[in-house]
Design a protein around this ligand. Structure first.
Ligand code: NAD
Length: 442
């Protein structure tokens, strides 16, 4: 295995050669990535099954199909995304050419987590390739089967001189981060995000941080309870609750809580059967450490935790102190919309806010008076399926955005270019010393 220094030198040389800038190269690598997914579907499903007992349906809709769509969009849009953007001019530059050039940053680093271990590596990589960069990819060591698969497949499909996979834990990642990258794209925990940002600061490297948080889910009294229950259960227990966008806790009035609890219990039974442990549609907790962290009605040998609704939860309870990232759904009661908004605003800005209501005024209240990375009314997770919407956090839930064209823009430096003609000097003379005050009015 080459040292990190050697890997970086190799990638730097490739980037300097200009190879990654050519549109033909970018398209060839995107095509290779599409092929990687197409030719290895069975192995990808298997690694996700081993890591998270991920049901094939969930793996398809939340990993593979998202990657395919991102690759297709990038391949079809690349020419228009790469075009110089001509901008408006002023009197002094009227005869010149002014435009924004989308330059690749250079050698970028992508660090990803274990919960959607395939797509959270490859979707940022689509953006990095489309924008013309070289990249180091650092998958999570916790999802070890997918990590191995990525380390095996990526060098077989992509140009090895331009893309490298580095495996390892915190120690290795810290060593890797001592190198100077031109951009860092990190997805993970806010605590680790701080470490990454500090490492980036040493080199003044710009970065995107895709972090987590406690996503509130307000259920209004005026709401279709049965539909809300189905959508909440689906978005909460998808991937066994290990989704950065999962509703973390429910806020509702006492009256709605009782109706909602009954509907949620009925939905859990309808979705996962009398004994959810036997359901093929429920994932497992990634590791013993995370299992110990979450714990409810459990089976440690299988790292199984039953979908669990927690009532009578208080703000001071441990479950309300950190992102849950598991199949537990606490309920807190509030008197009204005002109290719910106050509750949300007293906390760090989450990655998503969810509001279930038939009343558009209630929805607008939350939209206008709360802050979060994204917002979805009357459903969970679904806003992330649109590549036309930016995906990212704000405040404690992160900074920067990606998906679709936002990924391309994230991995590009928008260079301000003005190409002046060397003629027409008369127009310039008014700005040269000795200054003539009477020209100020021009
Ligand atoms: P994590 O932060 O522990 O790990 C993410 C990556 O960072 C891994 O590759 C890991 O090897 C590396 N890492 C861990 N500790 C490190 C250290 N001290 N120094 C350098 N590198 C280190 O996150 P996780 O447990 O893998 O994932 C869960 C977290 O990710 C949750 O908080 C979740 O909300 C968040 N997440 C966010 C998004 C998003 O798009 N916003 C998506 C998925 C997960």
């Amino acid at each position: 295995m080459a040292s990190y220094g050697e890997i970086m030198n190799g990638l730097r040389q490739s980037f300097s050669s200009g190879i990654t800038r050519a549109v033909t190269f970018r398209l060839s690598q995107l095509e290779a990535l599409a092929k990687l997914v197409e030719e290895n579907e069975a192995a990808i499903f298997e690694s996700l099954k081993k890591d998270l007992n991920k049901p094939k349906f969930e793996a398809e809709i939340s990993e593979l199909s998202l990657i395919r769509s991102e690759i297709n969009l990038a391949r079809n849009s690349l020419n228009s995304w790469m075009k110089d953007e001509h901008v408006s001019k002023n009197l002094a530059t009227y005869f010149d050419s002014a435009f924004i050039r989308k330059d690749p940053f250079g050698v970028v680093l992508i660090i990803s987590p274990w919960n959607y271990p395939f797509q959270l590596c490859l979707i940022p990589l689509v953006g990095a390739i489309a924008a013309g960069n070289c990249a180091v990819i650092k998958p999570s060591e916790i999802s070890q089967n997918t990590e191995k698969l990525l380390a095996d497949l990526l060098p077989r499909y992509l140009d090895k001189n331009c893309f490298a996979v580095v495996c390892g834990e915190a120690k290795e990642t810290s060593q890797l981060l001592e190198n100077k990258f031109d951009y860092i794209f990190f997805t993970g925990n806010p605590k680790v995000g701080r470490i990454i940002m500090a490492a980036a600061a040493k080199h003044l490297t710009p970065l995107t941080l895709e972090l987590g948080g406690k996503n509130p889910c307000f259920v209004d009294d005026d709401c279709d309870i049965d539909n809300a229950a189905k959508r909440i259960v689906w978005s909460k227990f998808f991937n066994a609750g290990q989704t950065c966008l999962a509703p973390d806790y429910v806020l509702c009035s006492e009256g709605t809580r009782d109706k909602l609890l009954t509907a949620l219990q009925g939905t859990i039974q309808a979705f996962y059967g009398d004994d959810p442990k036997l359901s093929p549609d429920l994932g497992r907790i990634i590791s013993q450490r995370h299992f110990q962290r979450v714990c409810g009605q459990t089976d440690e040998t299988e790292r199984y935790i039953a979908p669990t609704l927690l009532t009578d939860v208080k703000e001071s309870d441990p479950v309300m102190q950190e992102e849950i990232f598991g199949p537990l759904l606490p309920f807190l009661t509030v008197g009204d919309v005002e109290e719910a908004i106050r509750f949300i605003n007293q906390r760090e800005k989450p990655l998503a806010t969810y509001v279930f209501s038939r009343n558009s005024q209630v929805i607008n209240q939350f939209l206008e008076r709360t802050a979060s990375g994204g917002f979805c009314a009357n459903d969970g997770l679904m806003h992330t399926t649109l590549m036309s919407l930016p995906f990212g956090g704000v405040g404690e839930s992160g900074m920067g955005k990606y998906h679709g064209k936002f990924s391309f823009d994230t991995f590009s430096h928008h260079r301000a270019c003005l190409l002046r003609s060397s003629g027409r000097e008369k127009l310039n003379e008014i700005r040269y010393p000795p200054y003539n005050q009477s020209n100020l009015g021009l």
